[in-house]
Ligand binder design. Structure first.
Ligand code: HMG
Length: 419
């Protein structure tokens, strides 16, 4: 395993040098990291409407991740202090075994809605009676995905009674390989919808869109945190915290937010649609009444076993990945060969963040680690230079007073002593 212990204590230049060496980054990639990956105005203008600039986020590295025996350095883009440290801490505490993880084939499901039906069940039967023709048309429409080994995987249907009458919904499953799949699915659904309308013999097609509840594209991870490493009290404390997330939806929302801290950060760093991942995760958490996305228990030796399972529609190609140079560098740093591998890493990061947050919440309280890391931020806000910021942050931490006003006073004292 690459020695990254104490990485966060190194000066920024040395950190960049170490990761450049580890991920074999080119000089131009290193320059992009140094320039904080500033997107050109031409790029942002291509990416969104009414563009006038770009917002940048810090890129940090989640360390200590051993997953199915392979080491990963996890790029994480976010504004919140302590999330990267927590992920690295959670991952470190389950070493040397690390995580085991798996992910389904990248199958996304799209929906075609048929409204204005007198007989929804009859319309469904008529459409499904043309299953073979639909499959043929689907394969033609999905030719390029078929040629990559993906493509059409199946069709099913459901009827709904709604205040606006009976509706039929047809679910098309498509293997989207290493893409997220939204464009592929939506283009395909618009292409095949006229056939559905024709075979139904009545009604009108309305929505033709993928579902973000990607239950056929699940990622799973598991880790054991040894009682001897984290202590028996931490095992009991995490179990108590977990049970509250199962029992109380107010707690479950925050518990799952902590999981998504790391997953979103990885999705953002790799140019993925984190909103789609969020939507899928929370919808999945609410399938049987909103609850925890993780599960915890004890093994026969009394150690803590943590597991996570959630939909994970992540891509390594397509979308904004191509137009975002930092996303490409992030993928190079991660060194995941496929979207499935990326999804497995995301599940592990979510589990690591959840475990670290629960442990910290129960053992030393979340504010200690969080606010210690926030202290430097406060110092910079108070106007400190990077060298002054360390001194201000240290004093704030000693006093446990994380206030901007106090940071300004400390800075004033430091400067007056120097003059
Ligand atoms: P610590 O015990 O002081 O850490 O914890 P340590 O000094 O023993 O270091 C252990 C490892 O943590 C290090 O290994 C690093 O990998 C990492 P080493 O490099 O020494 O071999 N680490 C760091 N990495 C980068 N920068 C750092 C740093 N410090 C340690 N400065 C720590 C300190 C913050 C990790 C711990 O207190 C922790 O895990 N806290 C949890 C923080 C957290 O979860 N924050 C999320 C934001 S709060 C939130 O939004 C979610 C929440 O509401 C969710 C919920 O309620 O469930 C909490």
């Amino acid at each position: 395993m690459v020695e990254f212990s104490g990485f966060y204590k190194l000066p920024m230049e040395e950190r960049i040098r170490r990761i450049a060496e580890h991920a074999r980054l080119s000089d131009s990639e290193v320059s992009l990291l140094r320039g904080s990956g500033a997107l050109s105005l031409e790029s942002v203008d291509r990416m969104v409407e009414n563009a006038v600039g770009a917002v940048h986020l810090p890129l940090g590295l989640g360390l200590n991740f051993i997953i199915n025996g392979k080491e990963y350095v996890v790029p994480m883009a976010l504004e919140e202090p302590s999330v990267v440290a927590a992920a690295s801490h959670g991952a470190k505490l389950c070493l040397p075994e690390g995580f085991t993880a798996s992910a389904d084939e990248p199958i996304m499901t799209g929906q075609i809605q048929l409204v204005g039906l007198k007989d929804a069940r009859g319309a469904i039967s008529s459409v499904l009676a043309h299953r073979d023709e639909l499959e043929k048309t689907a394969k033609k429409l999905l030719q390029s995905m078929e040629s990559r080994g993906g493509g059409f995987r199946g069709i099913s249907a459901k009827q709904f009674r709604t205040p606006r009458g009976a509706m039929a919904v047809f679910y098309f499953d498509v293997d989207v390989r290493d893409s997220m799949g939204a464009n592929t699915l939506n283009t395909f659904l618009e292409g095949i919808a006229p056939r559905v309308q024709e075979y139904a013999g009545e009604g009108k097609v309305r929505l033709r869109i993928l579902s973000n509840l990607a239950t056929k594209r699940m990622a799973r991870a598991k880790a054991v945190w040894k009682k001897e490493v984290i202590g028996p009290e931490a095992v009991e404390a995490v179990l108590d915290a977990y049970e509250l997330a199962c029992a109380d939806v107010y707690r479950a929302a925050t518990h799952n937010k902590g999981i998504m801290n790391g997953i979103d950060a990885l999705a953002l760093a790799t140019g993925n649609d984190w909103r789609a991942v969020e939507a899928g995760a929370h919808a999945y958490a609410s399938l049987k009444g909103y609850t925890s996305l993780t599960r915890y228990g004890k093994d026969s030796s009394g150690s803590l076993v943590g597991e996570i399972e959630l939909p994970m529609a992540l891509a390594t190609v397509g979308g904004s990945i191509g137009s975002n140079p930092i996303a490409k560098i992030s993928l190079k740093i991660l060194n995941a060969a496929s979207a499935r591998e990326l999804s497995m890493v995301a599940a592990c990061v979510g589990l690591a963040n959840n475990f670290a947050a629960l442990r910290a919440l129960c053992v030393e309280g979340i504010q200690k680690g969080h606010m210690e890391l926030q202290a430097r931020n406060l110092a910079m806000l108070a106007g400190a230079s990077p060298t002054e910021a360390d001194e201000v942050a240290l004093q704030l931490t000693k006093e446990g007073a994380y206030k901007l006003g106090r940071a300004k006073e400390i800075l004033k004292t430091i400067r007056s002593k120097k003059n």
